[in-house]
Structure formats: structure tokens, C-alpha cells
Ligand binder design. Structure first.
Ligand code: PXP
Length: 260
């Protein structure tokens, strides 16, 4: 939906909470607790607009049954993150989440490093996007904030791109102010370019209470997906409180109420 300023941004940016690392802790002991589905309910209580979970090929955190339970129990949209493989698309077509976010995935990585090679994988991605879209699933591609990649995503018919904020967050957290400013500018330019192409713009990876503010000021971003920091913060404050704070910071930044 277009805003009066011509951008396609949502009036109220959404917050999706990624609960993968609750399952990481559960799997460390091999039992049933802590339960990621219980965490998802708490995140919703704290103000999450949606829940994200990544079913990795090696099932190191979320498992197939978690994803099924999330779909059955949640009243908010479920964003199923997955590598762009035939196996994952088949599972997504069975579970039918609200959205699927296709990401690059390598077994040896600790988290999703870099965006999807949309240009190199055009031929593989096209039928996946078509099949998921035909089943009523909203497809998002997790991408580097690069204009050529966004153009390829639009050409493939993906309705949504999620801009990778990891490089910005890494530089910010390392105290590299000039590098962080450059990365933020890339995200800002990509959000505007993607919006002009008619893409819905999401953002995520590495975001914290500090790094979310400058990103949330970018008007075209309709949704944030945040996990690791919130699950860590939950150890100290509880998950609902951590999510509520993140929600407030995003809204204040969007309305420029955080600017002194
Ligand atoms: N978005 C995508 C596509 C991701 O792969 C991840 C990590 O699973 C996130 C958002 C959340 O990143 P983080 O856990 O660093 O907040």
C-alpha cells in the first residue's frame, strides 16, 4: 500500500521475532525444554507481529515438528525461513506458513552469512517462487542491499526482499563509525530502490536495541526480523519485556521521537 509520501512503507513497521535460539538451548540438552513454541507465544504477548523460525538442513535448532506446531498454534503470521532447496520448498508447501524467506545456507556457517545469490540462482529460484506464490505463500528473498540483486528479485516475481543488516551491525558493534555509516547508506539506498521496483522491504540480521534505531528510521522498511539479540536479552529481562522494548524503539525511531 502506498503512503502519502509515495513510499510503499507500512505505516506501522512490523516486528517478527525469530525464536530459533530457544531451540538451540533446548537441543543442547536433548530434551523438550525450553520450548520454542512457548517462546513464540511470549513474543506475541510482548508485541511481536509475527514469528520467524529457520528450519536448517541440519536441524540444528528448529525441527520439522516445531514448525508444524508454530503453524497450528499461532494466531500471528509465521515466517518460515529456509534454504532455497527442493526439500525445504516441499515442507513449506505442506505446512503453508504465511511467508517463506529464502536464504543462502551453508552447513559450516554459524548463522546466515551474506545474502542469497539471486542473480546466479535465477533458474532455480523462479519455480520455487512461482510454486510458493501459487500456494498463497508470500515469498521473501534475503538479499544484500545491492540494486542489481533487487532488480533480479523483482524480475523473478518475488513480492518481498529482506535486506541483510549484518554488515552494518558488525561495523557498528566494532566501533567502526565510518564503516557503519557506509553500510547504513547502502541499506537506505537499497530500501528506496526496492520500493521503487514495487518490492515490500524487510530488514534483519544482527539487530539490537542500538542498531535497530537508525535502520528503523528508513521509511520504506515494513518489517524487521530479529532473533539472537532478543533471545539473549530475554535471559536478563524475560522475552515479552525484551520484545516490548524492541517494538517501542522501532516505533519511536520511525516517528523520529527518539531524536533529541
Ligand atoms: N533474517 C534472516 C533472513 C535471518 O537468516 C536471520 C538469522 O536467522 C535473522 C533475520 C535474524 O537475525 P538475528 O538472529 O541476528 O537477529
Amino acid at each position: 500500500m502506498a503512503e502519502p509520501d509515495g513510499s510503499g512503507a507500512a505505516r506501522r513497521p512490523r516486528l517478527g521475532v525469530n525464536i530459533d535460539h530457544v531451540a538451540t538451548v533446548r537441543n543442547a540438552r536433548g530434551g523438550a525444554t525450553p520450548d520454542p513454541v512457548r517462546a513464540a507465544h511470549l513474543a506475541v504477548q510482548g508485541g511481536a507481529d509475527g514469528v520467524t523460525a529457520h528450519l536448517r538442513e541440519d536441524r540444528r535448532h528448529i525441527r520439522d515438528d516445531d514448525m508444524r506446531r508454530l503453524k497450528q498454534e499461532l494466531a500471528v503470521p509465521l515466517n518460515f525461513e529456509a534454504g532455497a532447496t527442493a526439500e525445504m520448498v516441499a515442507i513449506a508447501l505442506e505446512i503453508l506458513p504465511h511467508a517463506v524467506c529464502l536464504v543462502p545456507e551453508r552447513r559450516e556457517e554459524r548463522t546466515t552469512e551474506g545474502g542469497l545469490d539471486v542473480i546466479g540462482l535465477r533458474r532455480e529460484l523462479k519455480p520455487m517462487i512461482a510454486d510458493l506464490s501459487a500456494a498463497g505463500v508470500r515469498v521473501s528473498l534475503f538479499v544484500e542491499p545491492e540494486p542489481a540483486v533487487l532488480e533480479a528479485a523483482a524480475e523473478l516475481g518475488a513480492p518481498v526482499v529482506e535486506l541483510h543488516t549484518g554488515a552494518f551491525c558488525l561495523r557498528h558493534d566494532a566501533g567502526d563509525h565510518a564503516g557503519a555509516a557506509r553500510e547504513l547508506e547502502r541499506i537506505r539506498a537499497a530500501a528506496a530502490a526496492g520500493d521503487r521496483l514495487g518490492l515490500e522491504i524487510h530488514a534483519g540480521h544482527g539487530l539490537s536495541f542500538d542498531t535497530v534505531r537508525p535502520v528503523a528510521r528508513i521509511p520504506q522498511i515494513a518489517e524487521f526480523n530479529i532473533g539472537h539479540f532478543l533471545i539473549g536479552e530475554a535471559i536478563f529481562t524475560g522475552l515479552a519485556a525484551a520484545v516490548a522494548t524492541m517494538r517501542r524503539l522501532i516505533l519511536e525511531a520511525r516517528e523520529a521521537r527518539d531524536v533529541p
